[in-house]
Design a protein around this ligand. Structure first.
Ligand SMILES: O=C(O)C(=O)C[C@]1(C(=O)O)C=C[C@@H](O)C=C1
Length: 257
């Protein structure tokens, strides 16, 4: 990953978070062209085909198995949703030691939020039989969101090594979750991000044929506020949760910065 070979500063990490906003918006627009297809999320609907769980779980596990074989999940910015994945067939890559060792993975929470609070807002509540296509778009959207949220680890590491280092060390030693949450929160950055997302959703969501007409919500491929609301309610809080968990777990490595 190119991103991981550049020197990571809070600025370069934030630039990557901004770039990921585009991928996330486009992934949701892609998913929105298909109906919700609730059957793909219904446990055992496809039992007769020889697997248990939902079609999405089955599909994700198959995809993640291939990706695991080409060592996707050995990269510190990639986290799988499913378990019991095969070992890589490629020899290990030497990634720079950017993060303290940790086992944080919030993909179960992300999956539940995505299915309950995101898909129903962007898809029509219908079944168009495009199960494979819908699940493919789900996987793309989930992977982008997961990468963005787990970037919280890099953000936290950069903050830990920044000007507030001593305050972070004290809060980590005290295992002060609320104090860490307060210290890492930057209200201005969050406000700017939400305003930018609203503008992006407006521009990226337009049908190009409609350009001559006045831009209005009626012409958008996903409802205007879905993306900024999703970030405000779920994406930013989960990213912050990852940051806090990462910092709390950094206790053993606090003197090795
Ligand atoms: O940019 C940061 O400082 C972050 O910690 C990332 C992030 C985000 O999720 O976008 C989270 C917490 C801050 O309050 C601002 C933004």
């Amino acid at each position: 990953m190119d991103f991981l070979t550049t020197k990571l500063t809070l600025d370069t990490i934030r630039q990557e978070l901004v770039r990921l906003e585009d991928s996330i918006i486009f992934a949701l627009i892609e998913r929105a062209q298909f109906a919700r297809n609730a059957n793909i999320y219904s446990a055992n609907y496809f039992e007769s085909m020889g697997f248990t769980g939902t079609f999405l779980q089955y599909f994700l596990h198959e995809i993640e198995s291939v990706h695991a074989r080409v060592r996707r999940y050995t990269s510190p910015d990639e986290y799988p949703f499913t378990k019991n994945l095969p070992d890589p067939v490629l020899p290990p890559l030497q990634f720079p030691q950017l993060l303290a060792p940790n086992a944080i993975n919030v993909n179960d929470q992300l999956m539940s939020i995505y299915l309950t609070n995101i898909v129903p807002l962007i898809c029509t509540d219908a079944d168009d039989s495009n199960y494979g296509s819908a699940a493919t778009k789900d996987v793309d959207a989930l992977q982008c969101l997961s990468r963005r949220i787990h970037f919280g680890k890099f953000v936290a590491e950069a903050k830990f090594n920044g000007p507030e280092h001593d305050r972070y060390v004290a809060l980590i030693k005290a295992q002060d979750r609320d104090g860490l949450m307060e210290l890492l929160t930057n209200v201005d950055v969050e406000k700017r991000l939400l305003a930018r997302l609203r503008r992006k959703a407006l521009v990226y969501g337009q049908e190009i044929e409609e350009q001559d007409k006045e831009v209005s919500e009626a012409h958008l491929r996903i409802p205007l506020d879905v993306v900024s609301n999703m970030y405000e309610r779920y994406v930013i809080p989960l990213t912050k949760e990852v940051e806090v968990e990462y910092l709390l777990a950094r206790l053993q490595h606090v003197d090795k910065a």
